[in-house]
Ligand binder design. Sequence first.
Ligand SMILES: [Zn+2]
Length: 535
Amino acid sequence: MTEHPRPPQQAAAPRIPAGPLIPEAPAAQAAAPRIPAGPHSPEAPAAQAAAPRIPAGPHSPEIPAAQGAPAAPAVRVPPVRRWHAELAWLPGRGVMPDVLIEAAGDRFTAVRPAASGTELAGAARLPGLTLPGLANAHSHAFHRALRGITQAGHGTFWTWRDRMYELAGRLDPASYLALARAVYAEMALAGITCVGEFHYLHHRPDGSPYADPNELGKAMIAAAAAAGIRITLLDTCYLSGGLDRTGSPLPLAGPQVRFGDGDADQWAARAAALGADLHGMLGPLARVGAAIHSVRAVPPDQLHPVIAWAQHYGAPLHAHLSEQTAENLACVAAYRKTPAEVLYDAGALGPRSTMVHATHLASRDIDLLGGSRAVACFCPTTEADLADGIGPARALASAGCGLSLGTDSQAVIDLFEEARRLELGERLATRRRGHFTAAELAGAATVAGHACLGWPDAGEIVPGALADLVTVGLDSPRLAGASLATVLESVIFAAAAADVRHVVASGTDVVRDGTHLLIEDVPAALSASVRAVLS
Ligand SMILES: [Zn+2]
């Protein structure tokens, strides 16, 4: 039986994003006086209520002005929460027992391993191994509706893409919001506390804009909020339908016309209308990033506005890179450069850049990515499902790249599976073992993923970081018998998403005892929303 600090009805209360758009500095929160989390959810001012609503959170009780006193601004004091992690994976220390974890509002304020019984008294117990929140650095939410369907019979990457385009042509704001909400809830149940949505479905099926040209992007933000997770909306520039045999960009056709903004300047103007602040924040739990769909979809002379837009906001810049050899061949034929060389020469590679897949790279490509300190985001279950190949993860890491992980096509949503496949793929390709440690793989699924999505203050259980916790039960058939010395190895190499028992995101309970607290029946929500877009 697990103790919990708050009753379910409180968790189900609507949460109003509190405070400024930019998450408060940890020091300021840590210095705030501590008061117990109370049962009441204060109403937020109208201006705050207009922001995307994030359901169920630790609310910041306001201290009202004394009656008769001059009206003074209410002071928000973040509630303090305390957990007792039976085991927790801590940066630089490994797995530690009896860890007391405290948070005020959405930030950790104290982390004390080997705490005494007295210190732990009253803290909510988390049996199992507690990890930082997992980050899904590459997602296309709507692809979830194709799970299973694209496994039938045979097919290629390109026949899969045709099915995906067909589905993309059917979505509307309401059906996509419902689908994404359910998909993000599935992610939350799998321990994902932040998603990077690589979003290119911008316009009506005929290519004309909605009344709000960002209606679908805002639907993704609302969907993440409804599911209780943070989002980086990677607004994607997608201008051409590939390259012809002479190297000229092909116009968008069919369902692709929904993806296009005409040119990169018009893309930048639309993306700016999302309304991010100067730091790229759209609210406490949402931020923007930019994405270049691929060198197939954005010609070299259109890259600069996207790169400049990302620089303006200090935002992440993502791109699909060399997923298929056909992309490399077309790119070399058109530009006499590999896709990595095209992006490097345009100035698109740097520490805020994430190259997704990075499967078919020449040694010079690896040097360019590593020397730029770019991140490589691997999506191993999708890359296996689409027969892409096995990317050079170890070589990229050795060259200086960070590594993150994504569920991409949602063939499965399980970051433990993605993490171990990074190592297992290397083993299959080299017929040698031991390329990455379990801690390195866990780092790809947590801190590196959050950082590449623009949340460098998340993904570690340390004071000052965003308070995300994922507790993996060790009593399932998969993990029973795990020993303390190798429990992280057990979880990374054998756990399934179904082993996630509790999830806290930004200080808010999202999953408890394997049940999503904000969406009553996630399978039913998935089933209904998938049926709606396929019928
Ligand atoms: Zn993708």
